[in-house]
Structures are given as structure tokens and as C-alpha cells.
Design a protein around this ligand. Sequence first.
Ligand code: B12
Length: 116
Amino acid sequence: MDRKNLKIALVNPRIESYSSTMPPLGLLYIASLLETNGFNVRIYDIYPYDDSDIEALIQYKPDVVGMSVLTDYWNRAKYISERINRNLSDSTFVIGGVHVTALPEDSITQLKADIV
Ligand code: B12
């Protein structure tokens, strides 16, 4: 498949905290590298209080979903990953970030991801 036709969505499972108003820099680094190499990337910095951003992600039908997980984000990440697994079963689901780097086996099992 042509790189430009591969739809990649990067997901930040945002929670409410004073510093969570910052953009997710780690995901943005990944997005910039992918764009430089010709890939089509969208960032979903998911609003914590309703599911409209999750619905938009599902409607987009990405080929690859990459979600970043800090420990503080765990419950929200679990909720979003359940929606991804239920509605985007054909997408490759990749997880990364501080929490899953520390606990890769537990994370890939609990979030039912394809790649950690
Ligand atoms: C700078 C920093 C901040 C800044 C900027 C964060 C931002 N907007 O990205 C501010 C002050 C805003 C901040 C806030 C918070 N932070 Co902070 N922060 C850091 C710090 C010092 C460096 C992070 C960084 O920029 N790393 C460099 C980038 C490149 O790494 P990265 O984001 O992890 O992403 C890379 C990889 O992890 C990986 N990756 C990440 N996601 C994904 C996803 C996929 C699919 C893949 C394949 C790879 C991948 O690839 C990325 C590129 O290389 C670290 C401590 C440290 N020394 O690492 C703490 C740290 C990450 N923060 C931490 C915490 C708890 C928070 C807050 C939740 C605090 C709070 N309660 O509000 C918030 C979260 C807000 C947010 N949106 O991120 C903890 C996380 C602990 C944990 N177990 O999860 C850390 C480890 C500090 C600590 N020791 O407690 N933080």
C-alpha cells in the first residue's frame, strides 16, 4: 500500500489535570517523523468529558491507531481501547509511552493491543 493511503491516528487519552492542557509532545514527535516520511497522520487529543472525539476516531477508520499511555491515563486508556477493539477490529492497534514501556506485558494484555 502507498504510504499516503495508510491512515494513521495517534491518540492521547487526555484526563483532567492542570498540566494536561499541554499538547502531547511525544506523540507530536512521532507524527512529525511520520509526516516527514510521507505518511498521513491525524492526532486525536481526546477530550475527557464526552465521547465525541472517540466517535470521530472510529468514523475515520484508521489503518493504524497508536495510543500513548501515562499511568495517570490508565483508566481512560482502558475505556478508549475497549472502544477501539470493539469498533476498529481491522486496525492495527499500537501502544507506547511511559506506562506501557514500564509494564509492557500487562499493558498489551489488558488493553488488547497488537503491538507494544
Ligand atoms: C516534560 C514533561 C512534562 C511536561 C510536558 C509533557 C507533554 N506535553 O508531553 C508537562 C509539565 C506538561 C508534563 C505534564 C504531565 N506529566 Co510529565 N513529564 C515530563 C518529563 C520531564 C519529560 C517527558 C518528555 O518530554 N519526554 C520525551 C518524549 C519524547 O517522550 P514521551 O513523551 O514519553 O514519548 C516518546 C516515547 O514514550 C514513545 N511514545 C509515547 N507515546 C507513544 C505511543 C506509541 C503508539 C508509540 C509507538 C510510542 C510512544 O515515543 C515518544 C517519542 O520518542 C517526564 C519525565 C522524564 N524525564 O521522562 C515526565 C513524566 C512523563 N510526566 C509524568 C506525569 C505523571 C505527568 C502528568 C500526568 C502530571 C499531572 N498529574 O498532571 C502530566 C500529563 C500531561 C501530558 N499531557 O502529558 C510522569 C509519568 C509517570 C507515569 N508512570 O506515567 C513522568 C515520567 C514524570 C515522573 N517520573 O513522574 N510533563
